[in-house]
Design a protein. Sequence first.
Length: 191
Amino acid sequence: MRRADSIGWIRRLLGATLDRQPQFGCFGLHEWAMVYRTSAVRHQKWPLRLGATGTDQVVDSHKIACSHFDAFRFFTSSARPLNVLQPTRESQPTLEQGGCLHANMDLYKWAGKLMPFTPGALVLDCFELARDIRTLDMRASPYDLSALGYEPVRIETPAGKAEYASAQRAFAHRAHPLRRQLVSLCDNLVG
């Protein structure tokens, strides 16, 4: 019974996300909000590209509209009130949308939670999408990862915003059929 409830919840979340208009204007600012006005940087091994002051200025000069609970929950206490949304686990099916990098990376998580019923090819497609998205997520972050070969997507500039939004659209396009397949799988399992 618990497994059926879990599959039903995944189905509701994926179906609602599938039907919702994707948004493409967040520019990955969730990563910036995770280091806003704090010395407790999550990835201390990597320097901030713009330093702490420059990073804070980027956050202060943008509208933050993160819809994904698992990104929002890592915002600093100073950044949380700046987000126009206040996502919770309970509001996840209401807020999640297909333009969100984290919602699209989560397809791999949902494919795994539906194992052993998820076809291997679907798991692999979801994994490859998550891997590719994570690369953009970190390239657009405030961290300097050039030592790893990752050139930054400078979302603090108009060109960087355009690059990010274009990649975000492409990922949403790739994610849509995978999300649809996962919805169908859930329907077959609980139907």
